[in-house]
Design a protein around this ligand. Structure first.
Ligand SMILES: *[C@@H]1O[C@H](CO)[C@@H](O)[C@H](O)[C@H]1NC(C)=O
Ligand SMILES: *[C@@H]1O[C@H](CO)[C@@H](O)[C@H](O)[C@H]1NC(C)=O
Ligand SMILES: *[C@@H]1O[C@H](CO)[C@@H](O)[C@H](O)[C@H]1NC(C)=O
Ligand SMILES: *[C@@H]1O[C@H](CO)[C@@H](O)[C@H](O)[C@H]1NC(C)=O
Length: 492
């Protein structure tokens, strides 16, 4: 009985995830994103033993530890934050753990390449949001509520509304500034209608330094200072019920990604586990060089990510690459040049304008959007090609999808054994994204699979969402304006 209940609950969660995904698709691009979980830092070794030592010895040890830490900070070229699917909350996002303030306060944030403001729910927001359906929503119950207490952080520094930073550098700040000393305010709107309001400051984030391996050494921590942080005192939108805020990974002077990448190798990377993976299946969001791209392919036993058999063209590490288009017209989004889409090896007839920003099209990669959204001409062509090859399978209706199939075999009652057509997205530079079939013919309910794409109006942007990105390692090389990717199970 308990087992059955769990299955039913899972279904609800999965269905909810897709509904939310659909809404996020509607808003196109801002907002939804992945979540990162920062490493749990192991406590310093054997404190009771230290307590028994004499003062002199303790001083000696602590000064050695301090200098060891300084050395680690000087030599570390990367840091990493564990990342996992938020499917258990029904949100279709990925989350990371993020520690900010001194002493550090821990949060669970949506990792969003479509955002340029990092924010956390702030102390006063607790009362403001104790409202509406928030608390009765299953997503709210799925995660404990945490709020940032700026007054408890020694390193929190409000930005005043009269400062140049507020007026010129923060694209999301409000103009209102009745008293020069007032804090810099924002009203950040997402395309799905959700919003976050509050005031902005800077604070230090606690990071776990990595040293040549994918997994960071948990005790090797450091501070990243001057992180622009929004203290959100009011928000609305279901996207934010299961998380404590948003980590901005967009391309912008003030985003966390740009700030951290400017200190760590000019790049960041992430590996997205299967979006239906349990919450304990974690991968990493890494700032600085990722060993999976920058060092020779590791031996199987130490592989941080196991590459699938790599078709050409690929570099020495099995990675494909294409230019990142960091254009002011698409900022803070990461745009890529799509050359075409093929299904079962057949290149589809899609007008070039669909992929061209100059003609009202263009494509971006977004960790915060779940379902891939294609502008109408591309959507129609892709769905027609996929559904043609699934014509023998009985259809069922399931919102928000246009094409769903009863995947139950009448003879066995089990999974239907049908070969799924292969989909490939062709990028400039001959790089091909060949996602696993489950990333575009997705499990929507037991025995039901749907073509997991959404239609966007034309003209308009197309968005490569996080489900299509799953089980791949993605590197955003901001310094060299390159996107690298390769297949990976995201185990480490
Ligand atoms: C509840 O939400 C509504 C609209 O979202 C808002 O107008 C109202 O002020 C909120 N109530 C509280 C107590 O914050
Ligand atoms: C943002 O950075 C660019 C260089 O990357 C610089 O040209 C521009 O002035 C900066 N904008 C603001 C508002 O600071
Ligand atoms: C996650 O937890 C389950 C039990 O709850 C366990 O069976 C599984 O091995 C864990 N997976 C990982 C990746 O730790
Ligand atoms: C799928 O088909 C089977 C019979 O083959 C039927 O029992 C089941 O109810 C159908 N599922 C849906 C969702 O329609």
């Amino acid at each position: 009985m308990a087992g059955r209940r769990r299955v039913v609950l899972l279904l609800v969660v999965v269905a909810a995830a897709f509904l939310v995904a659909a809404t996020s698709a509607g808003r196109a691009t801002r907002g939804k994103s992945a979540r990162f979980e920062l490493l749990r830092l192991a406590p310093a070794a054997s404190l009771p033993d230290l307590a028994r030592m004499d003062r002199e010895r303790m001083a000696f040890i602590s000064s050695r530890r301090a200098s060891a830490r300084r050395r680690a900070e000087e030599t570390a070229s990367a840091f990493a934050m564990p990342l996992s699917s938020g499917a258990y909350t029904g949100t279709g996002q990925y989350f990371v753990r993020f520690r900010v303030g001194t002493p550090a306060q821990p949060f669970l944030l949506v990792a969003d390449t479509g955002s340029d403001l990092t924010w956390v729910k702030c102390h006063r927001a607790a009362a403001a949001s104790k409202n509406a359906s928030s608390y009765s929503h299953p997503a709210a119950a799925a995660s404990p509520r945490r709020t940032f207490h700026p007054d408890k952080s020694r390193t929190w520094a409000p930005i005043s509304c009269s400062s140049a930073t507020c007026k010129e550098s923060l694209p999301f700040s409000l103009a209102a500034c009745s008293t020069p000393a007032n804090p810099c305010a924002y009203d950040y709107r997402y395309k799905d209608g959700s919003a976050a309001r509050g005031t902005v400051g800077t604070d230090s984030a606690t990071i776990a330094l990595a040293s040549g391996r994918a997994a960071p050494a948990p005790r090797n921590k450091a501070k990243l200072s001057g992180v622009v942080l929004g203290c959100t005192t009011a928000y609305n939108g279901e996207s934010f019920l299961a998380s404590d805020g948003v980590l901005s990974l967009g391309y912008s002077n003030v985003s966390f990604a740009s700030h951290a990448a400017s200190r760590f190798g000019g790049r960041f990377s992430y590996c997205l586990v299967d979006h239906l993976a349990p919450r304990n299946a974690t991968s990493y969001l890494t700032f600085g060089p990722n060993p999976a791209f920058s060092s020779p392919p590791p031996l199987e036993s130490t592989a941080s990510c196991k590459p699938a058999p790599a078709p050409a063209p690929a570099d020495a590490h099995g990675a494909r690459q294409t230019p990142l288009v960091l254009d002011h017209r698409t900022r803070p989004f990461y745009a890529v040049t799509v050359r075409g889409v093929s299904v079962a090896g057949e290149l589809l007839k899609i007008p070039r304008a669909v992929w061209d920003v100059d003609q009202g099209g263009g494509a971006i990669l977004d960790s915060g959007t779940s379902l891939t959204v294609l502008a109408r001409p591309a959507y129609r062509a892709v769905v027609a090609a996929l559904s043609k090859r699934l014509a023998g399978v009985p259809r069922v209706a399931m919102d928000p999808f246009d094409y769903c199939y009863n995947w139950t075999s009448p003879s066995t009652g089990g999974d239907l054994d049908v070969a799924l057509p292969m989909l490939a997205v062709h990028f400039a530079g001959s790089a091909r994204l060949e996602p696993p079939a489950k990333s575009y013919v997705i499990d929507a309910a037991p025995g039901v699979k749907c073509i997991g794409l959404q239609e966007a109006p034309w003209p308009g942007l197309s968005v490569i969402g996080n489900i299509l990105q799953q089980e791949h390692l993605w590197e955003y090389d901001l310094k060299n304006r390159r996107l690298r990717f390769k297949r990976s199970r995201c185990t480490h």
